[in-house]
Design a protein around this ligand. Structure first.
Ligand SMILES: [Zn+2]
Length: 143
């Protein structure tokens, strides 16, 4: 349910694990042991996490993507950032690479590759959407 939120948090600079673990217990332990903030749309899981003192944010599944992200940033006291974008597939760090052969082909000049899974990134047409979301979030969060 929160796959999209997870993807956007990676774009906006945060290492995110998106897990489809059916066991609440495993998720709770993982959050606790790794000091992670547990994002969930599952009210039961949210209550369990709270009662154990685990940092958790409940995300109403009916909110728009933008409102979900605003909720996460507000409650975690984090800011969206575009200088630390993570791989949307695996959450790995990106490193800049020079690929002259692709410049003409992809109409782009800057490329990044995921250090973990090898996925290639460039600022294509999707970058406009990312900038738009980033601007809107910053506006909302700083007012
Ligand atoms: Zn990756």
């Amino acid at each position: 349910m929160l796959g999209n939120v997870s993807k956007w948090l990676r774009i906006l600079g945060y290492e995110t694990l998106f897990l489809k673990i059916p066991s609440d217990e495993a998720l709770l332990r993982l959050s606790q042991e790794n000091d992670r903030i547990l994002l969930t749309s599952d009210e039961e899981l949210f209550k369990k996490a709270k009662s154990r003192g685990i940092a958790t944010i409940f995300i109403n599944p009916n909110l728009s993507l933008k409102d979900k992200l605003i909720k996460v940033f507000k409650e975690s006291n984090l800011q969206p950032q575009l200088n630390n974008t993570r791989c949307t597939v695996c959450g790995g760090e990106l490193s800049k690479v020079e690929i002259n052969e692709l410049k003409e082909f992809l109409f782009a000049s800057d490329f990044w590759v995921c250090k973990r899974c090898g996925k290639l990134y460039w600022k294509g047409s999707h970058w406009k959407n990312i900038m738009k979301m980033y601007d809107e979030l910053c506006k909302e969060l700083n007012t």
